[in-house]
Each structure stands twice: as C-alpha cells, then as structure tokens.
Ligand binder design. Structure first.
Ligand code: SAH
Length: 346
C-alpha cells in the first residue's frame, strides 16, 4: 500500500513551524528540523540528534524524507561523472558533473523523460513520466557538489539545467529548487552561476521575466528558419520563431540579461548560407552569444555533425558581425553523458 505520509521537504519553514505549534511544541523546533533537512542534508529523522526521541517519533508517524539515491556512478576518462539517480518511486534520471580547469558544472534533470520531440536528442525517446519535485532537483545538485569536493577538491561552481526534461514545463518546481540552491539555508550559490536551458516556450520565458528571476537563460535554437526548425524540433510548429523572438525581447527588456543560443550545425540540415544569414538576423534582436555545440550522435545516424569548414563559416560570419561565439566540445561521451545522450541506458 502507498504511504499516506507527506514528503516533509515539500513544507516551507513556516509550515514546519506551524506543524510543531499545532502539536503543542515550540515553533523553534521547526527551525531545527528545517536546518537538518536542508543545511545538514539529513536522510533520516533518526539522525537528527538534537531532536528528542518523542518528537522524532511524531515526525516518523507523519512524514517521509524522499531522498534520492545515486544508484550508479560512472566516470569518464575526461573526469566527467554521470550519476544514475533513483527517485523514491523507483524512476531514474541522470545528472552529470563536468570539470574544467577553472570550474565544476552540474548538469541536472528537471523531468523524468521529456514531452518534447527534438529528433536529435536521446531523451526525447523516453516518454515524459513526471515532473521532478524541488527536493529531487536540489538533491541532484548536492550529490554533485559532494562528488566535486571528493574527486576534484573543490565545491561545485556552476549549474546548468540541461539534463533530462524541459525545465520551463516544470517551471514552479525548478524555481523552488533554485530558491533553495541560492538561499543561505541551502547551498548559498549565486543565481548568476545558474543557467536554465529551454527549447523556447515563449509564454514561460515571459513569465520568468515577470518573476524577475536572476539566473541566466539559454535557448536551444539550432535554426532560425521556421521550416528547418520545425523539421528537427517539431514542437516549433506551435511555438514559432516570431513568438520566441517577441518573448526574448520581453525578457531582455525586463532583465537586461544576455541570452545564450545553443546551436548544433548538421550536415545537409542547417549548413547553408541562408541558415547562417537567418541566425545573424536572429542574433540582432537581443544581446546574445552563440554556443556552437558539438553533435553527439545517438545511434541511428540520421544526423551528422557538419564539416569543420561549415562550422568555420558560422564562426567567421558571427565574429565579423561582432557577435560572441564559443565552440563547446563534448564531455563524457564515452559514458553517454554528453548533451542529448541522457537516456537511462544502463
Ligand atoms: N530541454 C532543454 C534542456 C535539455 S537539452 C533544452 O532544450 O534546452 C540540453 C541541450 O542539449 C540543448 O541545447 C539541446 O538542444 C542539446 N542537445 C540535445 N541533443 C543533443 C545531441 N545529440 N548532441 C548535442 N546537443 C544536443
């Protein structure tokens, strides 16, 4: 039978304080338990040593701590680590630690599977099972922070929401997780070190702008021509580039935060001059930079990374127009941990 007990970490600190008051205890007890749950990362009520046995039993009777469990950890030859993370209901998501000489980045998942249908992404082949809860997102970050300290002798420095799922289709929970990650009671990280990557849901981009979020925004563009984009990202049919443009202008107007466009160049798909011209036009709408991502093949060979010459054409066209462009090399390919390869293979 399914437990009727509530996930204690779904409660705010205020709700936890109220719980204790309504049980004839002091509100302050709520602060203590909250600290155990978030700053000290307790996995059980038993481990809360400054809480009396009687109180721990009350907690035990009413709540559960649905902590994630890292089922399997794989390490790449380049230092990248991939965690297969088991959730309390048995479902699995993946998260990745990406080390560079100067930083450690956590790439986290926001949903189990994905409801989008990007044809070049392995995750799109997994049905979207459910959204992750805020604590399930937070726990992935904590697990990677611990691994970063253990294997790279430094704390986590950056977070990207580029794992499984579309973060803007689980917006409320992603926001709550980021609140916790940036709060002094959680990890106290600066929001400037967090990037939310979206395939581009215009309505939600505007909502984020209205909410005055302080993290960074990345958009998986891949083409600035509707016909091409719809072919590789079919949901573009419902969210055409004109709507995306309008939402991004709104975002920049409100946040003054530069947007990153993620872009893979594929042979025979978006390697023509007109593709480059369309991107140049799109880049002129709002301050931005372009990350050209290396393509990570996902089995069927339908998509091929374009030639170096084609990629050079993009770089020189962007640079000559004064746009910032970075070329992002894949990390962790040998363990299927690179962009678009997360598919719970093991
Ligand atoms: N749903 C979000 C976040 C997950 S995808 C989004 O679309 O942005 C993270 C990034 O990996 C996106 O830019 C996506 O387009 C890219 N990606 C997906 N499959 C890929 C592949 N096979 N090779 C390289 N990048 C890929």
């Amino acid at each position: 039978m399914k437990s009727k007990k509530k996930d204690i970490r779904a409660l705010t600190k205020e709700q936890l304080r109220e719980f204790f008051v309504s049980n004839g205890d002091k509100a302050f007890r709520g602060n203590q338990v909250y600290e155990w749950l978030w700053s000290k990362g307790a996995h059980s009520f038993e481990s809360m040593t400054n809480i009396s046995k009687a109180t721990r039993e009350i907690l035990e009777d009413n709540f559960v701590i649905n902590h994630i469990k890292v089922d399997q950890m794989q390490r790449s030859t380049d230092g990248t680590i991939k965690n297969a993370v088991r959730l309390h209901d048995g479902l699995v998501v993946e998260s990745v630690l990406i080390p560079t000489p100067s930083r450690t980045t956590a790439c986290v998942s926001s949903q189990v599977g994905c409801s989008l249908d990007c044809r070049f992404c392995a995750t799109s082949r997994l049905k979207r099972m459910r959204n992750l809860n805020p604590d399930e997102i937070y726990d992935q970050v904590v697990a990677i922070d611990n691994e970063s300290r253990l294997y790279h002798n430094r704390p986590l420095s950056n977070i990207v929401f580029m794992g499984m799922g579309e973060p803007l289709m689980n917006y409320n929970n992603v926001l709550k997780a980021i609140d916790k990650i940036t709060s002094p009671e959680g990890l106290g990280m600066s929001p400037k070190r967090i990037t939310v990557s979206t395939s581009g849901v215009p309505k939600m981009i505007k909502k984020m702008a209205d909410d005055e979020v302080r993290f960074k925004l990345a958009v998986s563009l891949h083409s600035a021509i509707d016909e091409v984009r719809t072919n590789i990202m079919p949901f573009n049919e419902n969210f055409p580039l004109a709507d995306l443009k309008e939402a991004l202008e709104y975002w920049y107007e409100k946040t003054k935060s530069r947007i990153t466009y993620e872009y893979v160049v594929w042979e025979g798909i978006n390697d023509r001059k007109e593709d480059i011209d369309a991107l140049l036009r799109f880049c002129s709408y709002v301050p931005c930079k372009v990350n050209l991502i290396e393509y990570n093949p996902i089995d069927d060979g339908e998509f091929q990374q374009a030639s170096n010459a084609a990629i050079e054409n993009y770089i020189s066209a962007l640079e000559s127009r004064g746009f910032v462009v970075n070329v992002r090399r894949s990390r962790g390919k040998d363990i299927d941990a690179a962009c678009g390869q997360l598919a719970n293979k093991t």
